[in-house]
Design a protein around this ligand. Structure first.
Ligand code: SF4
Ligand code: SF4
Length: 222
């Protein structure tokens, strides 16, 4: 659950679009307008083109999209000019082209999504929340008193143990019991990112609301 659990304004997220490599100039312009581009080469290889911030770092939602594909750069330091370009392997390309299909209903490079984390809580039911040392120090007393189990993962990192598919700190009404002290991973999780959309799809069955509404409308017409 991110820093702002409820948003007064819809969250703006990038829209994925596919481009044949001969239209790479259009893809670059599209990324310049804030969208995410998948550039398809004649041999089927796919490259992701993602916007950078002015300081040359990969913009946050781009980093999270690549992270969800295990393709995020090791460092978040500035590493070039122009869009960030990542050549994808076959499985990563399949996922990105699926996101392009999902987003085909959206006309522009950005999409406004009304999100309410308290009503949603999907990422508190579908996540692997790793605790950093600062989290353990900050949460020590809280974790000791609320009985939320902890464990170490295969890489030796301490993490929250979800029980029956939920974080033990998630109250039935959707609030986080330790909201003001919650782990950094929860604070930094961005609404509207690909992991957010994946959690909503996995937990709530929502594959991007507009697409779902259109599917329902078409079912009603048949
Ligand atoms: S999945 Fe997204 S919208 Fe839902 S609670 Fe998490 S950050 Fe908020
Ligand atoms: S600690 Fe649990 S309930 Fe709280 S924000 Fe993180 S995952 Fe959600």
């Amino acid at each position: 659950m991110s820093d702002a659990a409820r948003f007064d304004e819809p969250v703006s997220r990038p829209v994925w679009r596919r481009f044949a490599v001969r239209f790479v100039d259009r893809a670059l312009a599209y990324v310049g307008d804030g969208g995410f581009a998948a550039v398809v080469h004649p041999d089927g290889a796919v490259e992701a083109l993602l916007p950078r911030r002015e300081d040359g770092t990969l913009a946050s939602l781009g980093w999270w999209a690549l992270a969800s594909l295990d393709a995020a750069p090791a460092s978040r330091d500035p590493d070039g000019a122009g869009p960030h370009r990542t050549r994808l392997d076959a499985l990563q390309a399949e996922a990105v082209l699926d996101w392009c299909d999902r987003d085909a209903v959206h006309p522009g490079p950005r999409r406004a999504m009304p999100l309410d984390c308290v009503a949603c809580t999907a990422c508190c039911q579908d996540a692997h929340v790793v605790l950093e040392a600062a989290d353990v120090e900050r949460l020590g007393a809280v974790l000791g008193s609320n009985g939320a189990p902890l464990a170490r993962d295969a890489e030796g990192r301490l993490h929250l143990v979800f029980v029956d598919g939920r974080c033990p700190n998630l109250e039935v009404a959707g609030a986080c019991r330790i909201y003001s002290e919650r782990p950094d991973a929860c604070r930094e999780f961005p609404p509207g990112s690909e992991p957010c959309l994946a959690a909503r799809e996995e937990t709530l069955g929502l594959r991007d609301e507009v697409a779902d509404e259109e599917a329902l409308a078409s079912e009603e017409c048949n």
